[in-house]
Design a protein around this ligand. Sequence first.
Ligand SMILES: [Zn+2]
Length: 301
Amino acid sequence: MRLTVLGCYAATPRTLTNPTSQVLEINNQVVLIDCGEGTQVELRRHKIKFSRINHIFISHLHGDHFFGLPGFISTMRLLGREKALHVYGPKGIKEAITLLLKLGDSWTNYPLLFHELTSKEQELIFEDDKISVTTIPLDHRVYTNGYLFREKLGKRKLNVTAAEKYGIDKAYYNNIKNGKNITLDNGTIVSNSELTFDPPEPKSYAFCSDTVYDESLAEKIKNVDVLYHESTFLETETDLAVKTKHATAKQAAMVAKEANVKTLVLGHYSTRYKSIALFKEEASTIFNNVLLADDGKTFDF
Ligand SMILES: [Zn+2]
């Protein structure tokens, strides 16, 4: 599982920082999460092919999380995209984007499919044989969802040495890979677990931005491998965090601890602070495995 952070700062684009956007590669699926201004440029900078992205998940309709989307959709048209593009986001996103396309008489020549969200309950919104995606309802100034991405359990891997030891013909290897036991010529049954290795543990990633500190959040993301939680402010600005419905680094760490996640990644920093190292310092007093997102940073989990 690989996370590439294209942008992770709050509010406005600046010379050296971008608003929220990230690419998650999970079980060979490539998804885009939020699409702030600058997303296209950063995708190019990181040599991530636009055509590999088939699903875009938008958390909420504040500009710093989706103002890059119309441009991205339009560029796909210019690049001659034919495959369908799926956009998940709050109700209203379809109207906003289609109005822009309509005014410019620039309808896409590929299917552009919107999946508008309205539920305040956690819901499964995408599933294939590789991954599932569930919403994480968040508490922000407007209707907002985080997203929980989970890999599906892969197939068991053939243990060739074990199969050879029992003298099993290669013709049965596919059956073994598909979970079957094997009966030897002498009638002995060799169980599948003796002939295969366990598949790798499925990974999970929870994206939670933007949100005020919410105690009930931990329950929805229990035991995930990686939690990205916004930390717009430090503890000194807790009042401001409450007022603007954002979280502090300490609060993000409290959620990580309560949810028993393996790794916490912080981001969505207010640009008022001199160094983002302060966020890690604060969160580390509560939770011991804290990483700092930064524009252009890639994490392999
Ligand atoms: Zn917001």
